[in-house]
Write a protein that binds this ligand. Structure first.
Ligand code: ZN
Ligand code: ZN
Length: 273
């Protein structure tokens, strides 16, 4: 299974980091987790495209994680000539979000149906809303869910994907909690969105300070990885985004709390497990 960090950015615009998303390739089964800014461009860089997706999994409806879902929907629709239904899984609220996306796309949908004989109907998106603890399969990938903690954002869920003896926990934005521990337990890789508390605390901006209470810090992520016995910890959605010269310091901070391999994500970093 290949875990491709298709977007390692955050809401803060960054020339080199697309918004949060991760692409899992389990053999021919491609599964996208979240759909942040620029995701379709990065999928192309990862030798994938929306038309290849067996499913899109959504952790929560914060804009940075879903703002490019409309691009995934449209590109999937056009490239499959409207013949394939896009499968989307997410927390309660996802169905309404998708319905509204399609509503917003109505002018475009109308233009394309009028212009292309092959397109005869709007994009078909099948949304399955999940409760924490639900499990299901996509192709031969087994997926389990658990509640994460990103209050006041509710509901939020994380995922564990298993294929051919390999396992990956992709949990989105969350503070440490029992659900993340469960998903990351013994995982080959645990991918966590993180912030640096020590740096964020020095930024004199009230809205930036607000992020401190609902994200894992680098140290939190390392402690979770250690407690859960994960084999590798991959950091993504880093706030503030480090430059490559700063990576060793970020890794050292995590290594104080975790003995496994620590990976700092660049866009298109691929973790093979
Ligand atoms: Zn969030
Ligand atoms: Zn986020």
């Amino acid at each position: 299974m290949d875990i491709v960090l298709t977007g390692t950015g955050s809401p803060l615009p960054d020339a080199n980091r697309a918004g949060p998303s991760t692409l899992v390739k389990a053999g021919d089964t491609h599964i996208l987790v979240d759909a942040g800014r620029g995701v379709v461009m990065r999928m192309a860089g990862a030798d994938s495209l929306p038309g290849f997706l067996a499913a899109v999994l959504i952790t929560h409806l914060h804009s940075d994680h879903v703002c490019a879902l409309n691009d995934v929907i449209t590109t999937h629709w056009v490239m499959t000539q409207g013949k394939v239904r896009l499968q989307v899984y997410g927390p309660v609220g996802t169905a309404q979000f998708v319905e509204r996306q399609i509503h917003a796309l109505e002018p475009d949908i109308g233009y394309r149906i009028a212009h292309h004989d092959v397109l005869t109907a709007p994009p078909e998106v099948q949304v399955t809303e999940l409760e924490p603890g639900d499990s299901f399969t996509v192709g031969d990938v087994s997926i389990t869910t658990a509640a994460t903690e990103h209050s006041p954002v509710k509901p939020t869920i994380g995922f564990r994907l298993e294929h051919d003896g390999a396992s990956a926990a992709l949990v989105g934005d969350t503070i440490p909690c029992a659900g993340v521990d469960e998903l990351a337990r013994g995982a080959d890789v645990y991918v966590q969105t993180v912030i640096r508390r020590d740096i964020v605390e020095m930024i004199p901006n009230e809205m930036i300070q607000d992020i401190l209470d609902y994200h894992s810090t680098v140290i939190d992520a390392a402690q979770t990885a250690s407690r859960a016995g994960a084999q590798r910890l991959a950091l993504t959605h880093m706030v503030p985004a480090p430059t490559p010269e700063q990576y060793p310091e970020w890794i050292a901070r995590a290594a104080d709390h975790y003995d496994g391999e620590i990976i700092i994500g660049d866009d298109l970093t691929t973790i093979s497990i």
